[in-house]
Design a protein around this ligand. Sequence first.
Ligand SMILES: Nc1ncnc2c1ncn2[C@@H]1O[C@H](COP(=O)(O)OP(=O)(O)OP(=O)(O)O)[C@@H](O)[C@H]1O
Length: 607
Amino acid sequence: EPLEDKQALLDFLLRMPHSRLLNWAPNTQCCSWIGITCNADRTRVVALRLPGVGLSGSIPSNTLGRLSALQTLSLRKNRISGPFPSDFTKLGNLTSLYLQYNKLHGALPLDLSVWQNLVVLNLSNNEFNGTIPPSISNVTHLTTLDLSSNSLLGQIPNFNLPNLQFLNLSNNHLNGTLPHSLLRYPSSAFFGNNISSEVSIPPLPSPLPPSSQSHSSNRFSESALLGIVLSSCAIGFMMIALLMLFCCSNKERDRNDGLKPRKGKTTKKKKRVPTETQEERDGRITFFEGSTLAFDLEDLLRASAEVLGKGTFGTTYKAALEDSTTVVVKRLKEVSVGKRDFEQLMEVVGNLRHENVAALRAYYYSKEEKLMVYDYFSRGSLSTLLHGKRGQNRAPLDWETRLKIVIGAARGIAHIHTQNGGKLVHGNIKSSNIFLNSENYGCVSDLGLATIVTPLAPPIQRIIGYRAPEVSDPRKATQACDVYSFGVLVLELLTGKTPLGEGIHLVRWVNSVVREEWTAEVFDVELLRHPNIEEEMVTMLQLGMTCADRVPDRRPKMSDVVQMVEDIRRGDSRIGTGTYPSSEVSTPTLASLSHLVEVGSVSGTPQ
Ligand SMILES: Nc1ncnc2c1ncn2[C@@H]1O[C@H](COP(=O)(O)OP(=O)(O)OP(=O)(O)O)[C@@H](O)[C@H]1O
């Protein structure tokens, strides 16, 4: 690992107060620290991104300036104060510098040409004063320059940056006339300054050949009249255009402020309050320990997103962040509890760490938005793996894989049931909420939401599929309900049938097939290809049916279920020997299952 860079980072953090807990421990690899990206051979740190982590005070000298290979530096939305860190001018490889929304003041560095590779420079929403250094014209690769909402003074230098696509100098104290080279940018880029609107209009071409102009006369010649009419039209058009741009810029500002409640419409520059406001606190994402992600709401909102699906509680997106990490963002609707209860649940869920439970990395709560952020599982959910298009794109799930999924899911749910004083309920166990962890064991996601979110009017199948028959209000689901849903999941894995469709009630269907002694017909044809797994499959079927018992008290506890599935794995099929009321069989066979239904230990009656 890059030891010198690591030391520079540690020196920086040691002297820089911050509010978010960062995992920068000296005895760990710095390339896996929050906000750090190394190059491919892990010899240098190339990106440092710590937006919105509550950094305060000035950047200590001789720290970040030592990261000479740094290409991206993003410290936006902190409370960094002091003058522009002169060390940053040593970072000659920088391509992107984001320092917006801090409290930096004083002059901008005089010689900006040190950043020959800089593509993005965003210093907006600070307290910089002084003039815009003319050396900006040497930063020829710039595509984005945002110096808006500072206190910059003087005339805008006449810079002509060929690649510059986005320019924002609005809300400063700039004055003078707009240089010619900048006429191509919209007027919103200069709004809120004292820049003369007298843009120099290029001279109109003479409507007549020069010879006729020499004719002096007391009255207006035809050509002079034509000239006056054309010039008036041009000025008229220009004024209308300026007016429209002015309106657009206001609209744009309204849109940009959209997520923050506006406190009255004003065209005056908003002065930043020195202490942290409620608005700033509201705008912050809460990260949980162990998360190596570093982003803020702005990042999330501008990340390119793809809808993964609309679920019971809202819409789920896959979002690609600036640093090329991919996260999953769940946008909740209709949260039926207040901020405090919501945060309390997030704390329980976010601090739960188990290899079979998908980690909640971060959440965001405001009046308008409630977001939850998870890692992205690129292989998709169990639902996709099992029911995705059967054909060339879908590899059949063999018995080994299915067994590991059941074991993982059982362990995950059992662990959830030990949390919050043994009271935590998942509330929404189903195959679209089960993923595969790095070891290919099942990993449970989406826990706890059922208890705080009012479901979006769900299609009827969603209700009947996994939900225990005793549940009428999902917010009152119990751990026994999770056991029932787990049972349905097991039956789904064995049959390859989705409990949500095909016009069948999976539990009833399995019971009826078993009762009719057609048990072999129950199993997914993909499984029947594998030799010597019949006994394990039958034991598993028995387990699924026991968990999906109509009577809650007859369902086993999740900790017992773990024991049973692990026994199946070990080839030790002892279902029925536990303390829960189940079957009397010790070596299950297909025929023995029908006996099970007949003696009534598993409900074969409609539920
Ligand atoms: N972390 C993730 N990684 C990859 N895909 C995900 C992730 N979380 C959810 N998905 C997928 O996104 C889709 C929508 O998920 P969402 O949880 O919103 O709805 P659902 O699982 O269909 O229903 P419910 O809201 O009842 O859980 C589902 O196909 C789900 O499998």
